[in-house]
Design a protein. Sequence first.
Length: 302
Amino acid sequence: MKRVMVATWDFGSKAVERGLSVLESGGSALDAVEEGIKVVEDDLEVLTVGLGGLPNFKGEVELDASIMDGETLRCGAVGALKHIRHPISVARKVMELTPHILLVGEGALEFALKCGFKQEFFWKPNAREKWLEMLEKIKREALGECSFYGKILKVMRDSWRETVSVIALDANGSMAAGNSTTGLFMKMPGRVGDSAIIGAGIYVDNRVGGAVTTGVGEIAINYCLSKRVCDLMSIGLNPQKACEKAILETLDRENFANGIAVLALNNKSEVGAATSLKEFTYAYQDEEMDRPELRKIKGILT
Ligand code: ASP
């Protein structure tokens, strides 16, 4: 089987490059996903992933992440986790060490500390400034009604949203998927997005393939988007057709008109992607390539 890594957005190229080197040195698909995501979590220029990035409305960074093993379907996730540099690694510990799938907030932090992760406090460059700027904008444009979240959402409609979501296929045909994010910029405190929800932001099954999402997480949760794409692949659609069909389905209703992207890789190394955003970029690398390739796609309605 040809080893393949795919990941969302331009910064996904760092994740796929690292992940592929893990696969090539004998690491598992799970290792490749975790190590690839850690590179992006550590990247000071990526404000939408990792500790110190873009915060919630109250100025606190609450992180979501999840990981899934396509061989066993075991999975682990954390939601609204604060002060931990590598939420993806905590998600993996939830999968490996607990009988649960999702830990959130205080409980997730307590678990992380028990596992030996350090509690840290720092901002990535410009993250705090961007939060303060956005607060000002909300005060101006939402007429001071900051307590009414609907108004806030209007102001921030086009603001930052970019999760690193990764799928790996190893030489034995084993697959894994994972993701990590600060979540929607200026989200309500306590809001957990698709990245922590198995079946919404992430799903993978060796017998078929995997799918991951990025964008407005509420859409992916509403439509169980990753699982939907895997189900479509399991009845014979190739990843491209499965992604397109699933994205078109999200446009059937008006409540979430646009704003989500899905990326899929099946167990035959075929890739697909579709989006209702204006455009979406993902990184692809297989073992025959020296470096990752960035692939840009247009929104399904453009
Ligand atoms: N899907 C993420 C969320 O809603 C955001 C993103 O992809 O940037 O939390």
